[in-house]
Design a protein around this ligand. Structure first.
Ligand code: ASP
Ligand code: MG
Length: 424
């Protein structure tokens, strides 16, 4: 059977007409037989759709916002297509569907599923425009609704993949189409057993590429980014950052876990399990080599720095002269799981549990409310979490210079520090 290749283009690579022309060049010059092209919503469309939802939730008018999003897409189309192209009524049709959904009743209980049915429009419209454009340029390809292939549970906004069903659907639906033409589909979205739209979590399109590659037992995945590959630090913060030519799956997964935003954390595992290489390449300089993530021995020893802003430190202190035990930890973690809050750093002392979480004030309030009968709770906002993998003393000294340190944790390979007032 012919081997499949998966390309993923994120929001920045389809943010305007020029970018889509560039996408065509990249695909055209590298097209092999069986290619799946996964695209995200254009530019910041998902954020714009989230704003509409926030307005609707607050009972405010959102019609100017939705018109703006439609016009943004239509304008891109005007630069890409003849005025008689069918893409114009197609795009308008998507937006009237969206308006109809938005008119629906939004009660707190169904917010997450409502959210998914709204934000998914970003990817639906974007993938349609890309497919039509490739066809118009003579590169015939088929549009595939990802919801027919990516089967998930009904955990709206954070849906989990039903791997068995998805692998079967890949074989049944995607394989026969790919045998004829390249397939263009959406990242980020799926559907549950009942066919209701779900999403895989923000920035989830990389993960979609990896799911499809796994399902199709692909030969390789390429993620096209606005950086040259995976670097050992964010070049905007550290101008001396260096690019890795190759990186082991484990190392890459760990970096994404600590917050390296170059690839979505869930992307690596489905690929590593089948030894499918992942290339991270620049859509600005597509001929540069990028980074190849695969099995690499020996693993990298170059220090890697990941910085996360807007962190909150929450400490739970026991008040009844007892010591922290398993039931305290269990109680805090159960609550965190319920709220879908991830802990970026944990420290336990005799009388307190300290956790570092992302800034989600609404959830923080709930967390405090539900735990305050057991603990005295304090929190600090606007902190920065710096993680260094493969640390060394001089680098640590340099990073901690003139910073007020709130928490510090070191293992053999990893050093993490939570600081105040830092401007890295
Ligand atoms: N459009 C979605 C988001 O912005 C998914 C993605 O870009 O990967 O979160
Ligand atoms: Mg996006």
């Amino acid at each position: 059977m012919a081997k499949t290749f998966v390309f993923k283009f994120g929001g920045a690579s389809v943010k305007d007409a020029e970018s889509i022309k560039n996408l065509y060049e990249i695909v055209f010059n590298r097209l092999r037989n069986n290619t799946i092209i996964v695209v995200s919503a254009m530019g910041k469309t998902t954020n714009a759709l989230e704003e509409i939802l926030a307005l609707k939730l607050a009972g405010k008018s959102y019609s100017t916002n939705s018109t703006k999003i439609m016009e943004f897409h239509l304008k891109i189309c005007e630069e890409l297509f003849d005025l008689g192209s069918l893409i114009f009524p197609t795009v308008k049709n998507y937006f009237s569907q969206l308006d109809r959904i938005l008119e629906g009743d939004l009660t707190q209980g169904n917010y997450d599923s409502f959210y998914d049915s709204v934000v998914s429009f970003g990817e639906l419209v974007s993938s349609r425009i890309v497919q039509e454009y490739l066809c118009a340029k003579g590169l015939f390809c088929i549009w595939q609704d990802a919801r027919e292939v990516i089967r998930t549970n009904s955990d709206f906004r954070f849906a989990k993949v039903d791997w068995e069903a998805t692998v079967k659907l890949c074989e049944k639906i995607v394989t026969p189409k790919l045998a004829q033409f390249p397939v263009v589909t959406q990242g980020f979205i799926g559907a549950d057993e009942k066919g209701r739209t779900t999403t895989l979590g923000r920035e989830g399109s990389d993960f979609t590429a990896s799911i499809l590659a796994h399902g199709m037992r692909a030969s390789a995945v390429t993620i096209w980014k606005d950086v040259d590959g995976v670097l050992n630090a964010d070049p905007k913060r550290f101008p001396d950052a260096v690019k890795f030519d190759e990186l082991d799956y484990k190392e890459a997964a760990e970096l994404t876990y600590y917050g390296a935003s170059v690839i979505h954390p869930k992307t690596i595992k489905p690929l590593a399990n089948l030894s499918i290489p992942l290339y991270v390449k620049s859509f600005i300089h597509p001929d540069r080599s990028g980074t190849k993530i695969h099995h690499v021995h020996p693993v990298n020893t170059v220090p890697c720095i990941v910085v996360k802003d807007e962190q909150i430190l929450v400490s739970f202190k026991v008040t009844d002269f007892t010591f922290i035990n398993e039931s305290h930890i269990h109680s805090v973690y159960t609550e965190l799981e319920k709220l879908k809050l991830r802990v970026n750093l944990l420290q336990i002392s005799a009388i307190s549990i300290s956790i570092v979480i992302e800034k989600e004030l609404f959830k923080l309030e709930k967390l405090i409310q539900n735990q305050r009968n057991q603990f005295e709770i304090r929190y600090n906002e606007n902190l920065q979490l710096i993680t260094v993998k493969n640390h060394n003393p001089s680098l640590m000294d340099e990073l901690m210079q003139n910073k007020e340190v709130l928490l510090e944790q070191t293992t053999r390979t990893t050093f993490q520090v939570l600081v105040k007032n830092s401007h890295i």
